[in-house]
Design a protein around this ligand. Sequence first.
Ligand code: SF4
Length: 375
Amino acid sequence: MTEFLYIHFPFCIKKCIYCDFLSVPYDKSLASKYIDALCLELRMRKHSVSKLKAIYIGGGTPSLLPVERFKHLFECVRNNFCWSPSIEITVEANPGTISESNVNELVSLGVNRMSIGVQSFNDAELKTLGRVHSSEDAERAIHTVKNAGVRNLSLDLIYGIPGQTIETWKASASEAVAFSPCHISSYELTPEKNTPLYKSIETHQIKMPDEELVLEMYAHAIQYFTNNGFEHYEISNFALPEFRCIHNLNYWERGEYIGAGAGAHSFINDVRSRNTQDIHQYIEMLNMGLIPEVESTKIDKADAIKEFLFLGLRKTEGISLAQAEDFGLNIPDACTELIEEDYLRIKNKNLRLTKKGLPVSNSVIVSLFEKLEIR
Ligand code: SF4
């Protein structure tokens, strides 16, 4: 039984050039049928959920959904689940799709956290990314959300954008902080295969910034956000005290969750499963009374150890040595070299990445797997 629910809304106005999330162009009629199917799925999955602590509605662009359909979705959630009075309910929003009336409605439905995909306050960079909004739209959206009384506001930023300089990155970071959000996610732009960005790099139409510059941008984010009262609690995430995203923390801690919607993942009873990514098949299967899962893997001990290290070390507080011992891992012995080289350190009985290890976390974790003879 889990206390965490993720709902995926796979529609956007237009695909951004770097995006490899499941999203298709918004179609009002298809999105409406999709919400009906989602409600069927939620009803089928209600027995796996106890009292909810967090609901995260992500996408895609959930803020595209008309208010009436949002109401229907929330009615369905309320009819099938109970939730704790301190529940965190997040909706992801794209600037340009936020109006005063729809945010007020979301708040009246119980939404108390909004995550706005600002990405940059520089219009040229937004254009490079293929975003549909301008920096002015982002500013307007932030004001609208704040005026609606949403205190728990999170802003997403991207660094390492082609053409971005350290100055423009610093300007975006400082503009974000000036809006007094409670949470900032700051992601490095990673060219994923099968995206237009990847193809443009392959064909030399776009050049990614130098690695050194990207590292400087990351270092600036850490220094600037922490100097402004944010805790750097995960590789890419910063929060004011008490405003860490509990939905994401559950994921990094290998907590169970239900994912509803096309392409959504669930983790229940040591089984990781995934729904079909085909939106039409998703709707059809649910209309036939079938759970739309197409993949399901039982996580054995070896997989659990990998996940524990890989996900747990994303948190800056790291992993507990006691928990590692329960998995049969002798961390202090295996990490001697990585500690000597200042990539990892042990503090308060936890193993964590150092300042030097954070930007190269993937290779540090791969080395750790080798030392621990994990394959
Ligand atoms: S708004 Fe987000 S989900 Fe939609 S295309 Fe852009 S990056 Fe992808």
